[in-house]
Structures are given as C-alpha cells and as structure tokens.
Design a protein around this ligand. Structure first.
Ligand code: UTP
Length: 279
C-alpha cells in the first residue's frame, strides 16, 4: 500500500514560524514530525510514499534526500549516528513528490496523487503529517489493523478518536452505528466537516489516518468546495457513502497530538520527553 502524505497546506496555525519553514519539519524533541510519520508507516510495513508539496516546501524535499557532503563531514567527526535514522528511512523507502499548484484543500491535495490509482493495490493510505500518534509501549499498529479491516469488509476505514464537544468545529465528525462482532469499529452513515457543537452528530473526530478504497479518486473530482472554501477529503468520504460504499470508523485508543498547533506541539514534546526519560 502506498501512503499519501498531504503537506501542501499553509500551516496558518503555526505562523509566523511556517512563513519560511514547512510545518512538517517542526521538531518534536529534535526530530521533525515528518520523520515520526514515516517511521510509523514503516512499522506498519508501508515503505512507498507520495508526498504532496508546493514550491515553498523545498526544505522538506531536502530533508528527505541523502546529503552526501554532510555525511562525509559527520563521518570524519564520528558523528554519522546523528543522521542514521533519517538516512536509513530514505534508503529503505521510495519517496516521490507531487506538486499541488495552489492550496485548494486536503481533498484536492489527495486528488493530486491520483496517478497512484493506476497501481493494482485496491486501497490507498493517507497520513496527515501534523497528526502524531504514539502508543505507550510500541509503535502504533493502527494502519495495519485498518488495512486488515478494509480487506476483510471491502470497505474504506478511517481512524477516529473522541474529542470534547467544544472542539467539534475543528474536525470532521462522524455519525455511525457500532459494527456487529467487532471491537472499536463503527459503520459510518454520515461525515460532517467542522460542525459546531450543536450540529455535531457525535464526538468522534477523524484523526488523520485513512485507508481508502481507490474509488476516492473517482468521487473527489465531483466534490465542490466546502468548509473554508476548500475541497475537503471529508466531503469525498461523504460522497463514497452516498455512492453506497462501506466506510468503517476505527477508534484509536492511543495518544494523539495535533502538532500543527503550538499547544499540540508543546504537549507532544512533553509526552516524548517523558517517554525518553522512562526508557
Ligand atoms: P490543515 O487543515 O491542517 O491545514 O490541513 P494547514 O494549512 O496545513 O494548517 P492550518 O490549519 O492553516 O494551520 C491538513 C493537512 O492537509 C494538507 C496540510 O498540509 C495538512 O497536512 N493540505 C491542506 C494540503 O496538502 N493542501 C491543502 O490545500 C490543504
């Protein structure tokens, strides 16, 4: 399965920092968020990536490319270990970059990776680089579990987590019934992008991990601009449901941090710092 990592947003919640540095490079205890995302994917046996970027994100491309001159200098100083993890990731993964010419929304960014639909694999994984997931003991196996569910039910699977009612306007929120004979799974009958608390059908928010049937590439072109004037992935998922496609929500029990906001970024730093102290 290929993972699409949409990274062409403006990152307004992290301005002015994101004026010149892509938010995917915001460090959490010294390691850029994109590195955590790719590590999580690798732990779930995903090693092929399509990163959707724009002209301002060249530093992201640079970070995910081997720097021979830097390696040579570090080697001389016996400090190559400092870039060992990122070098290993780059060497073992296939990473391609696709341009989104304007920030027209997450749904549009995913559509930019449509070329991928020509591959045989029936599902595509989407990972949002500003949503970091950490289990207490080990790397999250969420994507593997979602992929298994998707295959078992011939369905698209989206990860969800409960948020306080006061925060529903920041998320895609689902309306769903529990899926018989499963644990933590729901059959989704409606998804709404950023509903206010009075209109939210539940507190279950979509949290940036998706394993979608490739039909998503067929329905996204039919979606018109929604919340914020952008083409929303949530509206694409709603279109899949309207088409009679099965969409399952899988509730993630681990820790999730929205590192696209300064508060979430701070919380993630504290969490990782505590985790490192314990180990
Ligand atoms: P966000 O809603 O977090 O938007 O996008 P953003 O622009 O990154 O950040 P804020 O809200 O203004 O602070 C969710 C994901 O979708 C990508 C973003 O890069 C992020 O990973 N995205 C969003 C795109 O790739 N293209 C877009 O046009 C919009």
């Amino acid at each position: 399965m290929i993972a699409i990592i949409p990274s062409a947003g403006l990152g307004t919640r992290f301005l002015p920092f994101t004026k010149s540095v892509p938010k995917e490079l915001v460090p959490i205890m010294g390691v850029p968020s994109i590195q955590y995302i790719i590590k999580e994917a690798c732990s779930n046996d995903i090693t092929s990536f399509c990163i959707v970027i724009n002209k301002q994100k060249t530093a992201l491309k640079q970070y995910l490319t081997i720097d021979n001159a830097l390696n040579t200098e570090l080697k001389k100083k016996n400090k190559l270990f400092l870039v060992e993890e990122i070098n290993n990731i780059i060497e073992k993964c296939t990473i391609q970059f696709i341009d989104q010419y304007a920030p027209l929304g997450l749904g549009h960014a995913v559509l930019c990776a449509r070329e991928l639909s020509k591959y045989n694999e029936p599902f595509v994984c989407i990972m949002l680089p500003d949503e970091l997931l950490f289990d207490d003991q080990h790397e999250p196996t969420l994507l593997k579990e979602m992929h298994e569910l998707a295959q078992q039910h011939t369905a698209s699977v989206i990860a969800v987590k409960e948020v306080p009612l006061s925060q529903t306007a920041s998320y895609g929120i689902i309306k769903a019934n529990s899926l018989p004979n499963t644990k933590n799974c729901f059959l989704v009958n409606q998804v709404i992008e950023k509903p206010n608390p009075l209109q939210a059908p539940s507190r279950l928010a979509i949290i940036g991990r998706y394993v979608l049937e490739k039909d998503i590439f067929d329905v996204l072109p039919t979606v018109s601009a929604g919340s914020g004037g952008e083409i929303q992935l949530t509206d694409g998922i709603a279109a899949l449901i309207d088409k009679g496609k099965k969409v399952i929500a899988y509730q993630y029990a681990g820790n999730r941090f929205d590192v696209g906001s300064p508060q979430g970024w701070l919380d993630a730093n504290i969490f990782i710092n505590n985790k490192q102290k314990k180990s």
